[in-house]
Design a protein around this ligand. Sequence first.
Ligand SMILES: Nc1ncnc2c1ncn2[C@@H]1O[C@H](COP(=O)(O)OP(=O)(O)OP(=O)(O)O)[C@@H](O)[C@H]1O
Ligand SMILES: [Mg+2]
Length: 303
Amino acid sequence: MTDSSQTDQAFFQFDSNRALLSTNLPFPKRSGKVRDVYDLGNSLMIVSTDRISAFDYILPSGIPEKGRLLTGMSEYWFQLLGVRHHLISTAIPPSFESQFDIEPLRGRVMFTEKASVVPFECVVRGYLEGSGLREYQATGEICGNRLPEQLVQCDKLPDPIFTPATKAEEGHDENVSLDRMIQDLGPNLAEKLKSLSLRIYQTACDHASSRGILIADTKFEFGIVDEEVVLIDEVLTPDSSRFWSAEQYQPGQAQRSFDKQFVREWLSQCGWDMNSDPPELPDEIIEQTAAKYREAFERLAGS
Ligand SMILES: Nc1ncnc2c1ncn2[C@@H]1O[C@H](COP(=O)(O)OP(=O)(O)OP(=O)(O)O)[C@@H](O)[C@H]1O
Ligand SMILES: [Mg+2]
């Protein structure tokens, strides 16, 4: 293939399935597991690559078009939720065209307001799974929310609960109580983030349930711009949420994850020790996973 020149290859790196693995654009960059975030001075450019992580590792194979589906989903939700958010535009400035091939960025990029990030992950849970389940099994509560006895894995909670976590620089985020958040942020901001998070979750659940999807839990991030609270980061994507199929939902056991199930199952039985560089995924696992991301997008956003 000769569609990328030498220079383009330096700006964008693809794998053999044309999944975008990394970007290297001429602006200050920091990379998360999935996204490359560029500081443009007054705004940020957040590029969702096609990288996928599982068991806390970035896999060497990407999922073609995943970045576009996740960006499209965040954009869809930002428009639907009716709260102040950081997204300015997904249109690529004409000035970029003279600098590099903009095609790989199309649909993968969000230009956003630059916020001062609130250092808590605002998690809302409607169902019992993951770190919430583990905390409940050990203590009967999650982040200070007392729950009924005898709930089973993946049970629906009587009401959605707010279970904030600190944003750990390294390793796993730590669940904390609302009181801890109040100590750090003050009661006004902490209570506001709680009620906003619960309200957004409810709006999203109502929408998703009409499309046959349960949002078991999700993580929001907020920032402050001009002294106002702004919803930032990605929102209500399969990477920040647990989506389950409503049809197949069955409490008392783990649910099939909407998106990463094939990847996790294959990685668990391929002989990888989960403690070293992960292996490349077989093509059929990549294709099945890409189809799941497409399905999530199409079911939620409708096209
Ligand atoms: N509007 C914004 N203003 C400032 N920072 C933002 C804004 N939106 C998102 N961010 C920050 O940009 C980063 C997005 O990067 P990303 O989520 O890919 O990496 P990460 O959180 O460091 O790692 P991980 O891959 O584990 O999530 C986060 O640190 C997030 O808090
Ligand atoms: Mg993140």
